[in-house]
Design a protein around this ligand. Sequence first.
Ligand SMILES: Cc1cc2nc3c(=O)[nH]c(=O)nc-3n(C[C@H](O)[C@H](O)[C@H](O)COP(=O)(O)OP(=O)(O)OC[C@H]3O[C@@H](n4cnc5c(N)ncnc54)[C@H](O)[C@@H]3O)c2cc1C
Length: 299
Amino acid sequence: MKDCVIVGGGPGGLSAALVLGRARRSVMLIDDNRPRNAVTHASHGFLTRDGIEPAAFRRIAYEEVLAYPSVEHLQAEVADISKQADGFEIVMKTGERVRTKKLIMATGLKEVFPEIDGLYDFYGKSLFNCPYCDGWEWRDRPMFLLAEEPVILHMAKLLYNWSQDLIVCTNGKPLLSVEERKMLEAKHIQVIESPVVAFEGQNGLLEQIVLADGSRMKRSAGFVIPKWQPKADFSKQLGYAVTENGGIATDAMGRSTIAGLYAAGDAAYVRPSQLIYAASDGYKTAVTVNTELSEEPFA
Ligand SMILES: Cc1cc2nc3c(=O)[nH]c(=O)nc-3n(C[C@H](O)[C@H](O)[C@H](O)COP(=O)(O)OP(=O)(O)OC[C@H]3O[C@@H](n4cnc5c(N)ncnc54)[C@H](O)[C@@H]3O)c2cc1C
């Protein structure tokens, strides 16, 4: 029986494992090694690691975490989880099982993008979802924004600070009022309501977007806002309360609505966080777990 199993070895889970390893708790960190940010060449905004390759970030983090002898790493996909009287049983896709008193879910999010030809050829290289992560690298370049939700107006204002050569696409959705369009157009931001059918370019570098009427617009980079869903969903098995996108609802200390079950990082958010948020959330949640383990009957 482990003190704590952590499912998900991104910055949220790794940070939690570091704290619990240092607190001498027996920990199993289970990860299927499919990080969401693997498509990108560099991660930005994590103080002391600005511009680091995602794979290097993970390598350093695993080296640090696995230096603590009570932390074990299992590369596996978790297929099922059940609540037991004294904790949880976690079942891997391989059939392997592990039992634990406490469980931290740090399984992240997945993106669901509109179906547009070529999108995945450019995603992470010249198409992104987060301007804080990649806006700086594309500043002052011909940029576009595609979103199918009302957040489009806020995102347009945000991106304008990185590039004033900005085209905003609603992908066929009537999202902006006449006044909002006028406000954007007064800043020379072109608004396109026609759906985008393809992205074209070479070697991951976007050159143009293709609209449904066949017209093409030259662009170097773009931000596409996806819908967010939990990467792993065990809500039926465990019965925890969920956020509006199906993530694990928690209190401010990372506790879910099920005793002994916690969530950290993107798994606990409605919208994605950043690496540093997830790492900080993992730290905080691990402190909650360690505090609760310490408060168990002292026998
Ligand atoms: C293209 C792109 C670029 C980005 N750039 C930046 C950037 O520059 N700066 C920045 O701060 N943030 C960036 N982000 C966001 C950042 O990657 C996330 O905020 C961060 O990784 C969230 O950490 P996490 O630990 O919550 O989840 P994740 O990093 O998503 O980790 C979750 C882990 O859980 C594993 N997992 C899921 N389900 C299971 C299961 N059933 N069994 C076992 N393992 C499972 C996954 O494989 C994954 O390894 C970027 C994201 C993307 C997609």
